[in-house]
Each structure stands twice: as structure tokens, then as C-alpha cells.
Design a protein around this ligand. Structure first.
Ligand SMILES: Nc1ncnc2c1ncn2[C@@H]1O[C@H](COP(=O)(O)OP(=O)(O)OP(=O)(O)O)[C@@H](O)[C@H]1O
Length: 597
């Protein structure tokens, strides 16, 4: 199934299930038609049956004439029972839900995977994505069911009103008029309730996150040491209660209104029943028709005030979900987002930042304020500077995560944005500060760095040696096939520094010509750090590297150091040149050296 960039609406609540499960949707639709058509016939047949039964009792008719009507009543009651939603008609709905889960959910997942990185980082977009991904198969199945039941309810109501009108026209008119405000109220209520879901989605995201901190494994150490459980629990409770109250308030407000509407309709049916007594006594209505009409009238009032109300409210909520789907489908996506890096990496002679200015989407302030620098192939560079200066942001632009900048980023003189996504992905391998810790096998943890050579064990072993993890890994009972983390029963855990080395191994197996290391050694002890640098020197002899580091000892090895200050390149040169310059870098270096004296 393909999601389109279009305005989704009411009709799509029917079309999507039909697209996903055409046979089940058709069967479900026909079943609902039969189920809801039966009561209309039932009114006529029951009236005739009662009248004939009275004639039989009075000795005016032969009992044989009643039997076909009795049989018809039994069949119609049977149909009603067999096609009840929780009986046979439920089966196609289960099938529809399974198919929607298979086709529609995977279309959503595919779109999510293709969303531009900038969209994923935006919290409003993320709220929308969360709403769309929250049990869509269940919501669409319910909407389809409700849509069909609404059509059939309308058929039922129109049919019964028609019969009523043919007998007592004014009662039909009054009943019709009373359903109009109930209909309008249901529409408003449905909208208000979906809006309350929107209003609370940010709060829900917050309290889900807090709940993860309070119960999840990731924060277990800090939670135990800092004992912040009570404090966070209070915040969690606050968010949870605010969201709950908003939804409860909306629900309660509309429940009271809807109940009052329902009570008025019920009162009206009692009055109509009393009023119908007169024409029955006068012989304008047969006793059978009176009994059948009052009976169906009661069910009609129930349908108009409760069932119709419920269905419309739910349906309007589903239409709001379609509005969300429209916005979701319009989100910018990159068709190549899911393509693999090209197996032959994009080699380069130079990467040039030419007056690059950049602000994060939705942010007011510029992070990069006209940056100029050149990276030459085969050389080693270091980016240093204070926290928040813009170092990581530069790497996000090189790796193509953001392209909403002004100025140019040129690779071999050609704009980076003119290369294909596969080429851009093959240009660089990165070890991020906040690298991921995958709870899968060690082998897969490393192999994921090169999706074009997932089963190259030699590459994995050589990366393990480079980052010095041989002892830690080869002593494990399952070697590189050992699971990491606590997700698996016999999973092993690594120290912070070992996880960091594993992330480096992941980047090392990647054949990209540019290796970006964003504070790769922050969790390493000094001996490991210098050992890793030695290994890296060997490894990156024919690669270009960009190191971002606050430990200026490591930057000494760089061919060129860029000092980033407030979104600009404040200084550049070798270690010795920058020390001789005696400005920002020299001050930083001296202050660090001071720690060890
Ligand atoms: N996704 C984002 N949206 C908005 N602002 C962001 C985003 N990511 C980073 N920033 C802001 O951009 C600025 C530069 O961040 P960046 O991560 O590039 O700094 P850095 O020099 O790498 O810092 P550090 O040394 O602390 O890692 C910071 O002020 C940060 O708050």
C-alpha cells in the first residue's frame, strides 16, 4: 500500500480497509446491511403476525395463515442474532484489522523511515508521528465498522421513520427533528474529544519518557545513587494527572450533554406511545401495528440517542485522525533515505565549507555564522572549541543530515546536495558522542557499520584488534556471537569505555574515506586513549579523519586544528602554530596542561 500526498477524509476510512482487505470488507459490509435491514422487515412482519394471531384467537382466521409469518419472525430474529457484531460479522473485522496491520502499518513505517532527519528532530512532528503510529489498525478497523454501522443505522432509521410516517406522519416528523440536535452535538463532541487527544499528546510523551526513566534499565544506576525516584514520580504524576483531567473534563462535559439529549428522546418516545393509543382505539391503527411500532420506536429512540451519537462521535474522531494522516503524508521525505551507502565509497580530494550559515529548523539563532574551511584528502583534522560552539553541527552538515544551510559545501568542487543520497552516505563514517548501544550480538553491533559487508568476519576481527577489544570479547563463551545488554538472558554488559570502542569498531569496518570521531575517547582511560590513537594513526593512514575533542593532548597529532568559536572558525593551524599564536587555543591548552602539573 502506498501513502499519497493528498487530503485524507471520510471516504478514506472506507477506502483504506477496502484496499487492505477487499473481500473481508465487502463481506463485512453485506453482513451489516442484512443485519440492519432485517429490523425494518421485522416491524412489518411482526405487525402482520400479531394481527393474524388476534384473528385466530377470535376464530376469524385459520391458524395455518399465521404460520408463514411466525416462521418469518423467527428467521428475522435469527438473522439479527447471527449477524451481531460479536457473532459472525466479527470475523471479517478481525481479518480487516490483520490486513490493515500488515499493509497500512508497514506503509506508515516506511514513510517514517524516509522522513527527513530534520522532521524527526522536531518535537511537534514527533507528536504527530506518535499519534499516527498508535494502533492505526485498531482505529481504522473501528472506523470502518462504525462507518458501515452508521450507513446501516441511517437505512434503519429512514426505513422505520418511513413506516411510521405511513401510519402516523406527525410522530415521524417529530422524531426526525429531535435527531438533528443529537447529530450536531455528536459531531462537536467527536471533534472536541480528538482535540483533547492532540492537546495531551505532548504531556503523554513526557510522562511516558519519565516512566521509562523511573522503571527502565538505562537510568538504573543514577536512579539508585541519586534516589531521584520520588521527585520524578511527582513530575510524572503531575503530567499524567493533567492529561487525564483534560480528557476526563472533555468526556464528562459531552457525556452530560449527550445523556440529556438521550433522555429527552426517550421521554419523547413515551409521549408518542401514549399519543398512539388514541388512533389505535379509534381503529386507525391495528393492534399489531401499534405494538410493532411502539416496540421499534423504542429501539429507534435508542439508536438515535445512543448508537447514532456514539457512532458519529467516533467517526468524527476518525476523520480528525485522517487530518493527521494528511499532515503526516505531506511531511518532507527523502526518497533515498532508506538506500544503502554506495558500495564504492565517494572518494574526494577536498571538502570545502564556503561561507556556510546554518540555523536548526524552527530555531531563531544562527549556529554556524559563515564558516570557511577546507578538508584535504588523507589529512587529519581536529575541531576544538567550547561546548555549544557548533562542532557537532558541522559534522551533521557534512554527513547530509541537514541541508537547509546557506553558502556551499563542496565535495571535489561539486555541491554536496548534488550527490545522490547513496554517495553522501558512503562519504563518511561517524562515531557520535551519544553513540547507540545495541542490545544485539557483538558481531552485529560492529557489522551494522557496513551494511554492504554484513558477513565479513575478517573485517570484524580486524576492527576488534584495532580498538583493543580482543581480551574482552574473545574470553566470552560465545565470542563475537555473545549478546550484549540485559535484554537476553545470557547477555553480557560492557563498561562505558568498551561500549565506546565497539562504536569505534563499527565506524572502522565502514570503508568511507572520511572518518569523523566526535569525542571518541571521552570514556577511555589515558593509557587506552593513547593506544587507540596509535592504532588509529595506522588505520587512518590512507583515510581522512576529523576529530572533535576537548582533550587537547589528542589534537597534537592533527595536521590542522580548527578552533570553533561561536559558530565561526576563530583560529586554524598546527598545534605548534596555534601555541605560537598564543590566543584561544594556546589558552585552552595551557589551562589543561595546568591540571597535570
Ligand atoms: N537539534 C537541534 N535543534 C536546535 N538546536 C540545536 C540542536 N542541536 C544542537 N543545537 C544547538 O546548537 C548549538 C551547537 O551545538 P553543537 O552540538 O554543534 O555544539 P558542540 O560544539 O558540538 O558542543 P559540545 O562540545 O558540547 O559537544 C548548541 O547551542 C545547541 O544547543
Amino acid at each position: 500500500m502506498i501513502l499519497q500526498q493528498k487530503k485524507y477524509g471520510l471516504i478514506d476510512l472506507i477506502l483504506i480497509p477496502i484496499q487492505c482487505a477487499p473481500v473481508a470488507a465487502t463481506i463485512g459490509f453485506i453482513m451489516s446491511l442484512i443485519k440492519n435491514g432485517a429490523p425494518i422487515l421485522q416491524v412489518l412482519v411482526t405487525a402482520k403476525f400479531i394481527d393474524l394471531a388476534i384473528s385466530v384467537v377470535q376464530g376469524q382466521t385459520d391458524i395455518a395463515t399465521v404460520l408463514p409469518y411466525l416462521l418469518a419472525v423467527v428467521i428475522l430474529v435469527g438473522v439479527d442474532w447471527i449477524f451481531s457484531p460479536w457473532q459472525l460479522a466479527g470475523l471479517p473485522m478481525v481479518w480487516i484489522q490483520t490486513k490493515i496491520a500488515e499493509k497500512f502499518r508497514s506503509a506508515i513505517t516506511e514513510k517514517k523511515a524516509k522522513l527527513q532527519y530534520s522532521s524527526v528532530e522536531n518535537s511537534e512532528t514527533w507528536d504527530l508521528v506518535e499519534r499516527i503510529s498508535d494502533k492505526p489498525e485498531e482505529k481504522l478497523k473501528d472506523a470502518f465498522e462504525i462507518f458501515i454501522s452508521l450507513i446501516t443505522i441511517i437505512i434503519k432509521v429512514v426505513g422505520l421513520i418511513f413506516i411510521l410516517a405511513s401510519q402516523v406522519w406527525w410522530a415521524a416528523v417529530i422524531l426526525f427533528i429531535t435527531t438533528i440536535p443529537i447529530f450536531l452535538m455528536s459531531v462537536k463532541s467527536g471533534k472536541a474529544q480528538y482535540q483533547s487527544v492532540r492537546d495531551t499528546s505532548k504531556l503523554k510523551r513526557n510522562y511516558k519518557y519519565l516512566s521509562e526513566i523511573l522503571t527502565g534499565r538505562e537510568a538504573v544506576n543514577e536512579r539508585a545513587v541519586f534516589e531521584y525516584g520520588t521527585k520524578l514520580n511527582e513530575t510524572w504524576h503531575e503530567h499524567y494527572e493533567t492529561a487525564r483531567k483534560i480528557q476526563l473534563k472533555t468526556r464528562l462535559k459531552w457525556y452530560i450533554r449527550e445523556t440529556s439529549g438521550g433522555l429527552i428522546t426517550s421521554l419523547f418516545t413515551i409521549i408518542v406511545t401514549i399519543v398512539l393509543l388514541k388512533p389505535t382505539v379509534d381503529g386507525l391503527l391495528t393492534i399489531g401495528m401499534f405494538m410493532s411500532l411502539t416496540n421499534s420506536f423504542r429501539s429507534l429512540a435508542f439508536i438515535a440517542s445512543w448508537q447514532l451519537n456514539f457512532s458519529i462521535r467516533k467517526l468524527v474522531g476518525s476523520i480528525e485522525m485522517m487530518n493527521d494522516l494528511t499532515v503526516f503524508c505531506a511531511l518532507q521525505q527523502s526518497e533515498d533515505a532508506t538506500v544503502k551507502p554506495s558500495p564504492a565509497p565517494l572518494t574526494f580530494d577536498s571538502i570545502v565549507f564556503d561561507n556556510v550559515r546554518f540555523s536548526y529548523p524552527g530555531a531563531n539563532s544562527e549556529i554556524l555564522k559563515g564558516i570557511h574551511f577546507t578538508i584535504e584528502s588523507g589529512k587529519h583534522y581536529a575541531f576544538v572549541g567550547a561546548n555549544g560552539a557548533g562542532k557537532t553541527t558541522i559534522t551533521k552538515l557534512i554527513t547530509g543530515l541537514y541541508n537547509g544551510y546557506s553558502g556551499n559545501i563542496l565535495v571535489n568542487g561539486k555541491r554536496l546536495t548534488d550527490y545522490s543520497e547513496a554517495e553522501i552516505k558512503s562519504l563518511s563514517a561517524v562515531v557520535y558522542q551519544d553513540f547507540a548501544r545495541y542490545q544485539i550480538t557483538i558481531k552485529d553491533n560492529i557489522a551494522l557499520g557496513n551494511v554492504n559487508a554484513l558477513n565479513n568476519d575478517d573485517l570484524i576481527h580486524s576492527a576488534i584488534t584495532t580498538v583493543g577489544l580482543e581480551q574482552a570479547i574473545y574470553n566470552l563463551p560465545h565470542n563475537i556471537n555473545s549478546y550484549l545488554g540485559k535484554l537476553n538472558q545470557d547477555g553480557v554488559d560492557l563498561s562505558g569505555g568498551q561500549w565506546q570502542r565497539l562504536a569505534m569498531a563499527r565506524a572502522i569496518v565502514n570503508p568511507a574515506p572520511l572518518l569523523i570521531l566526535d569525542e571518541p575517547t571521552a570514556a577511555l582511560d589515558p593509557v587506552s586513549e593513547s593506544k587507540i590513537y596509535e592504532e588509529f594513526e595506522k588505520l587512518s593512514a590512507n583515510r581522512t579523519t576529523i576529530f572533535i575533542s576537548h582533550r587537547l593532548g589528542s589534537t597534537k597529532l592533527a595536521d590542522k586544528i580548527f578552533v570553533i568559536d561561536d559558530g565561526t572558525i576563530a583560529e586554524e593551524g598546527t598545534h605548534d602554530e596555534l601555541i605560537a599564536r598564543n590566543q584561544i587555543y594556546a589558552t585552552m591548552y595551557e589551562s589543561q596542561r595546568g591540571w597535570y602539573q
